[in-house]
Design a protein around this ligand. Structure first.
Ligand code: TXA
Ligand code: MG
Length: 323
């Protein structure tokens, strides 16, 4: 089930199966993006609605023309500094890309991951690989091979073990379908870095007057990345206090000592470095989620660098649902 047998993984992909693929951001649930039956298996394994499109992973930027029909100059500029790495670009799709991959949209999300095992898998399979995060829909993203199996069990044919994902938060998604680049999801490339590379970037805002299926950009799902345990957020500087009468967990960072009485505390990084916090973030959330707590209190991150992506995940994990 879990292993490092690359040729086994290649064989599974070529015959339309599903492989858990390590990437530097999170583990992906990979299938041949040009095989519509294989792609359909991704949606059913995850329980994912078909209005939410999948990212296509390429071995190298030179493969763009396999799935994209027009590459604007700005895409090449971004690719030359950010690929391989945690950036997804939405570009006009080539005809061979099944509509199921893009949820019927004219753009396809593409990225070149930097994890060496992902790159070898892509190169040796000769496939372009559709891969969402390898978790049941809406849940916490996996950053180890064991997380993938814990969430998907035998719905995934094999999981390649590439160790813990080092970035720890998903890719930044930028649409280049219009005149101005639009940030669809903050992620592993910080907003500061994007602005440095692009100048102005618009930020897509979810439309709160309509439901998830009707969002202007898909994937802006209000409730996502969510633990089963209710999640409550506190500000960066608030004093963390347990909820009276409830088994309370704390996800925090920074040097200050907390009020005693928490049933479990996970401190990501004493210095509050957002890159270090990101690397341990999803694993910490999982740990707390499986600790039999009534509520998890999470301290928001400084709103800069990868802290922006982490705060986005915290907000969506805390929205509605089970609180
Ligand atoms: O780091 C990552 O991006 C990971 C690894 C496995 O590469 N993948 C990942 O995939 O996070 P997923 O499916 O969990 O999230 C992809 C996001 C979704 O919110 C989706 O709506 C958006 O990217 N997306 C994908 N294709 C798109 C498209 N054609 N147009 C607009 N948004 C798109
Ligand atoms: Mg996901």
């Amino acid at each position: 089930m879990i292993g490092t047998d690359l040729s086994l993984a290649v064989g599974i992909l070529r015959s339309g199966g599903l492989v858990g693929m390590p990437t530097e951001t999170v583990y992906g649930l990979a299938a041949d993006a040009l095989n519509v039956d294989a792609v359909a298996r991704i949606f059913s394994a995850k329980g994912r609605p078909t209005f939410d499109p999948l990212i296509v992973h390429l071995w190298d930027v030179s493969e763009l023309s396999r799935v994209v029909c027009r590459v604007p100059e700005v895409a090449l500029r971004l690719a030359s500094t950010c690929w391989p790495g945690p950036l997804t670009l939405v570009l006009p799709k080539a005809e061979c890309v099944p509509d199921l991959v893009t949820a019927g949209l004219p753009g396809v999300g593409v990225r070149v991951p930097s994890h060496p095992m992902a790159r070898r898998l892509l190169r040796e399979s000769g496939c372009v690989l559709a891969a969402p995060s390898a978790n049941p829909f809406g849940g916490i993203s996996p950053t180890t091979a064991e997380h993938v199996v814990a969430g998907l069990g035998d719905r995934v044919d094999y999981v390649l073990d590439g160790g813990p994902s080092c970035v720890g938060v998903e890719s930044t998604v930028v649409s280049l379908m219009g005149d101005v680049p639009v940030l669809l999801r903050p992620g592993g490339v910080s907003p500061e870095r994007l602005r440095e590379l692009l100048g102005h970037v618009e930020v897509a805002r979810p439309d709160t007057s309509c439901d998830d299926a009707a969002q202007p950009a898909p994937g802006m799902l209000s409730r996502h990345y969510a633990p089963r345990t209710p999640l409550r957020l506190i500000s960066t500087t608030a004093l963390a206090e347990p909820c009276p009468g409830l088994r309370t967990g704390l996800l925090t960072w920074g040097p200050e000592s907390e009020i005693p009485g928490f049933d479990r505390i996970f401190r990501l990084c004493r210095e509050g470095n957002p890159e270090i916090c990101a690397a341990g973030f999803f694993a910490a959330l999982r740990d707390l989620d499986s600790a039999g707590l009534d509520v998890i209190i999470a301290r928001q991150f400084l709103d800069s660098g990868l802290g922006v992506a982490l705060n986005d995940r915290l907000r969506r994990g805390a929205t509605g649902g089970n609180d």
